[in-house]
Design a protein around this ligand. Sequence first.
Ligand code: GAR
Length: 226
Amino acid sequence: MSGLLKVAILISGRGSNMRALARACAAPDYPAEIVLVLSNRADAAGLDFAREAGLATAIVPHRDFPDRASFDAAMDAEIRKAGAELVCLAGFMRLLDPAFVDAWRDRMLNVHPALLPAFKGLDTHRRALAAGVKIAGCTVHFVRSDMDTGPIVAQAAVPVLPGDTGETLAARILEQEHIIYPMALRLVAEGRVTVEGDRAIVDAAAPDAVLRNPDTGQLANSVAPV
Ligand code: GAR
């Protein structure tokens, strides 16, 4: 028994958040380990990194299943076979069946590139720019059935700058995702997060170290661990 929280990461594409989590897990004092990287797409670029990093991978192609429930049941079987205790969605772009979400209630995290509950769904950066917001950001939250909802564990804010495009804003936000996702996973793995109703209550005594990108040491812009 390693004593580390066993985590399955679900991806659909590039997998940069998965890489950030993998880098964090490589640190000797990090309280979680990755037991599976699962993708619904065989061509997800993140799978190459996972294989090269020696992580266990699985592909469950959603197109092979007649409906969402059977697809999610197949993913669930892979996740349990790997011994995972927590699921991290990291750019996993499929809606999940309520039965799957309930089975992993308070044991499934997601990262979303907006300050939820604003700008749920797709195309968040362009919509944020179109709305003229001056502050944007990202959120790590426990997953509930409604898309991009659930108790918020961590958020980071970034300024919207003159001349921003969807791409420049996305890049600025992604940098913060890579900081707060490992941080949020650490907080959960250390048992510092409890869910009360719609809110995640985070132990405010979390040390400064958890506010940093474990890879670069960069501090998160702004975090609300209360
Ligand atoms: C990230 O920006 C993540 O927040 C977003 O997809 C991107 C995946 O990038 N997720 C969502 O929009 C979920 N609603 P990555 O594959 O490089 O981690």
